[in-house]
Structures are given as C-alpha cells and as structure tokens.
Design a protein around this ligand. Structure first.
Ligand SMILES: Nc1ncnc2c1ncn2[C@@H]1O[C@H](COP(=O)(O)OP(=O)(O)OP(=O)(O)O)[C@@H](O)[C@H]1O
Ligand SMILES: [Mg+2]
Length: 284
C-alpha cells in the first residue's frame, strides 16, 4: 500500500493567470478563484489532473466541488486564474468532455437507445449506425430489453447506467462526474462502480469525480483531493497506489478512510453545514 501525501505548500509554483500550461495534465486549474456575487465558492485552487488518471474530489457541502467541474466543463469561467484541458484554455464546452450529474439528464421524449445514440449522431454518425451502436452498448450493461422504452420506464439505477453508457459512447477524453451514484442503493452502486472502473480502463479517459461516499472514493480513486469548507481550498491530496480490484478490508485503505473521516469531521466543525450534511457525517 503506497500512500503519498502532499501538503498544499509543496505544490509546484503555478504559472501566472491565463498562461497556458505545458504539462501533460488532462485538466489543470491554475490559482483558480470563482466567486458568485458575494460568495467565493473556491479560492486559489491549483490542481493538475494527469491524463488517464481517476481523481476524486471530496469536501464538505458548499466547498465548490460542482463549481470546479463546471469550470472544467466550460460551463463557468474562473473569476481569477485559469483552467486548461489538454493544454488549452477552457473557454466553453468541448466535445471531448462528458459530464454526468446525480440526476441523469436523459431526454424523456426519446427512447433509451435514441438517448445513447444522440451524442453519436451529433458527431455525424448515420442514424442506423448510431442506433445499432447504442443497442450494442446497452446490451453490455444488461439493458437490451429497455432499448425501445423511454427513460421514464427505467429504475433510477438503470437510468444512471444509461447515462454512463451515453457518456462513454462518444469516447470522451475527459469524464466529469458529479455524485453520479448518489441516488442509487448500495448494491446498485457497487455494480455501477465496477462497471465504471472497467469502462474507464478500456477507454483511457481521464475521470474527475465528486462523491460524498468515502468507501466509493477509496475503491475508485488514483488520487483523492480533499477540500476545506467554503471557500473551498485544497487541504491535501492523497495518492492511492493500491492495485484494483481493491478490497474493502485492505488495512492501507482503511487507514486513509480514517484520515478522510477526520478531515470531514474537522471541516464540519469549522464551517456552517446543512442538517443533511451533519446527518451524513453523524451516520459514518
Ligand atoms: N450558479 C451559481 N450562482 C450563484 N451561486 C452559486 C452558483 N453555483 C454555485 N454557487 C455557490 O457556490 C458555492 C459552492 O457551490 P457548489 O455547488 O460548487 O458546492 P459543492 O461543493 O458542489 O456542494 P455540494 O456538496 O452540496 O454539492 C455555494 O455557496 C453555492 O451556493
Ligand atoms: Mg455539488
């Protein structure tokens, strides 16, 4: 079990704002601050996400995790600092980037297969070919029988499976996921995690995922990035070198889990939290 901790002070100096990075990072945040009116969501965040890695963002509610994903997706612009994807400044949404939210975002008026085919068609694939590919992908996740049905006919777990299939269908180089399995039951969640890991490994994509679930973070991440409460700053990063598939009983992982719990509890002490967040922490 190999764990490397990096205090924020040890991070290499970032280039000045607006300078485009030259590293091989799939995503890079350079001294990023993002404010919404009076609210500073994130402050002075510098982070390099190496290509092909699985990075998980963890932190208390309101610390700006979703905001960071929005910046990487080009849905928001930083107030200060810069965000690059594959060495180019992010100035808007990119075809190479896919985003998955907790709510699946499927189009209710289309069949499930048409939802999966949508991204392929918008990239110029012929209708028949795109639908055939969509059916092939749906079969891989056991949803062949639902291909012709609308997403409303699917359970929450099934819909999120479709959302994942749809995201990977277009072969994104960067996949941003915001609590994608938050609404799923424990068993479905574990199945989805295994599916995500195998699909990610086959794809070679870079993943940045937000989760509140510590077990999920430990099972999936190459690297964990822990944030302070609002305004979100990086408290520390932890590299997890445990080989996959990982065991929940791995003593090294348990040790990191304890550390994460302590971090979140301390952050909860230091900040104002919603009742829901307190309840979540208390249940651990
Ligand atoms: N579009 C927006 N307009 C105004 N304020 C916003 C906007 N997006 C985020 N914020 C504010 O920025 C802060 C950070 O929000 P964000 O959603 O990024 O947090 P989070 O870490 O994802 O929280 P959670 O864990 O609850 O999802 C919050 O105070 C939020 O109200
Ligand atoms: Mg969020």
């Amino acid at each position: 079990m190999n764990v490397r901790l990096t205090a924020p002070g040890e991070a290499p100096a970032m280039p000045a704002a607006r300078t485009v990075a030259t590293s091989n990072a799939a995503v890079e945040f350079g001294r990023v601050t993002k404010s919404f009116g009076d609210v500073t969501a994130i402050e002075d965040v510098s982070l390099r996400v190496p290509a092909g890695e699985f990075t998980v963002l963890i932190g208390p509610s309101g610390c700006g995790k979703s905001t960071l994903l929005s910046l990487a997706a080009g849905l928001e612009a930083p107030t200060e600092g810069f965000v690059t994807a594959h060495g180019r400044e992010v100035t808007g949404p990119s075809r190479d980037t896919a985003l998955i939210f907790q709510q699946h975002n499927l189009f209710p008026w289309m069949t499930t297969e048409a939802n999966v085919a949508y991204g392929l068609r918008s990239r110029g694939m012929a209708r028949r070919e795109a639908l055939a590919r969509a059916r092939e992908l749906l079969a891989k996740v056991g949803l062949s029988d639902f291909a012709k049905k609308p997403p409303t006919a699917l359970s929450g777990g099934m819909r999120q499976r479709v959302a994942l299939v749809r995201a990977f269908a277009t072969e994104p180089t960067l996949l941003l996921m915001d609590e994608p399995f938050g609404a799923l039951d424990h068993q479905t969640r574990k199945i989805m995690q295994a599916y995500l890991l195998s699909t990610w490994r086959d794809s070679g994509a870079t993943v940045v995922m937000v989760t509140h679930d510590l077990d999920e973070a430990l099972m999936l991440a190459d690297r964990l990035v822990l944030f302070t409460g609002q305004p979100g700053r990086i408290a520390e990063t932890l590299d997890i070198a445990a080989p996959r598939p990982r065991s929940r009983d791995d003593p090294g992982l348990r040790e990191i889990g304890t550390r994460l719990e302590r971090h979140l509890a301390a952050a909860a002490e230091a900040a104002e939290f919603t009742e829901a967040e307190r309840a979540r922490l208390a249940s651990r």
